[in-house]
Design a binder for this molecule. Structure first.
Ligand code: PEP
Ligand code: MN
Length: 263
């Protein structure tokens, strides 16, 4: 069902006035984790002033260690909705359990399925039964064929509003957090009719190369870029090393706009 051979025209995913997969790419930005109202409002204000329409923020955090911050859960989603409504932004947030789907639908515009759950087929089926767009992340070591089949699980269960996002894969290279697989972009665009985005934060883990990597992604045909922004990254409760502060984010966004790749 996700194959371009079955459906030659591009799928455009629509939510809260935003279109992904159409002529103009989008930028999704926001903190790794939702931590407080002040934190979210600072980021939301900066996004609004930059003309960015979609904010991300994690409430259910799949952390490597059970002793690390696990996210604010439902309280986080409530904060996200409150702040997004105040600033007129659309929202994306990860869920990690089928029981979150129903609550999430009341608070967010797009459900994110994280890299660790790309192979969680029961969760994919449940999300496939929901009437809310899905942002599906590539698994930590997933082949493109496995990634495409994960999207197929969602679509065959009834949900056609799916966006794919490359977020880096595990290789032997240690210079970056993961290895950004740029070739995934044109290949996924060829093989499927779904919008394809690139998360430059989790793929590189390096703020010094996120701008050129984002440009490369757009030049390769990506429909959108995701990046993490935090008002004070040093104090962030997750992914402190890789989140832009607001001025760094401003430079990144100006660089992208000036590249002419944003249409
Ligand atoms: C995230 O986007 O917050 C995240 C946890 O990313 P990933 O699932 O790609 O590791
Ligand atoms: Mn993160």
């Amino acid at each position: 069902l996700v194959s371009r051979k079955k459906r030659p025209e591009d799928t455009i995913v629509k939510f809260n006035g935003v279109e992904v997969g159409g002529p103009s790419p989008i930028l999704v930005a926001g903190p790794c984790s939702i931590e407080s109202r002040d934190q979210l409002r600072t980021v939301a204000k900066a996004l609004k002033e930059s003309g960015i329409t979609v904010m991300r923020g994690g409430a259910f955090k799949p952390r490597t260690s059970p002793y690390d911050f696990q996210g604010l859960g439902l309280d986080g989603l409530k904060l996200l909705k409150e702040v997004a409504d105040e600033f007129g932004l659309a929202t994306i947030s990860e869920i990690v359990h089928p029981s979150h789907i129903e609550i999430a639908a009341d608070y967010i515009d797009v459900i994110q399925i994280g890299a660790r759950n790309m192979h969680n087929f029961e969760l994919l089926k449940e999300v496939g039964g929901a009437k809310i767009p899905v942002l599906l992340k590539r698994g930590l070591s997933a082949t493109l064929d496995e990634f495409i089949h994960a999207a197929e699980y969602i679509m065959v269960s009834g949900n056609e509003q799916i966006m794919l996002i490359e977020r880096g894969i595990r290789t032997y290279e240690t210079a970056t957090r993961n290895t950004l697989d740029i070739s995934a972009v044109p290949l996924l665009k060829q093989e499927t009719h779904l919008p394809v985005m690139v998360d430059v934060t989790h793929s590189t883990g390096r703020k010094d190369i996120m701008l050129p990597c984002a440009k490369a992604a757009l030049a390769a045909g990506a429909d959108g870029i995701m990046v993490e922004v935090h008002p004070d990254p040093q104090t962030a409760l997750s992914d402190a090393a890789q989140q832009f502060d607001i001025p760094q984010f401003g430079n990144f966004w100006n660089g992208l706009k000036n590249s002419g790749l944003f249409g």
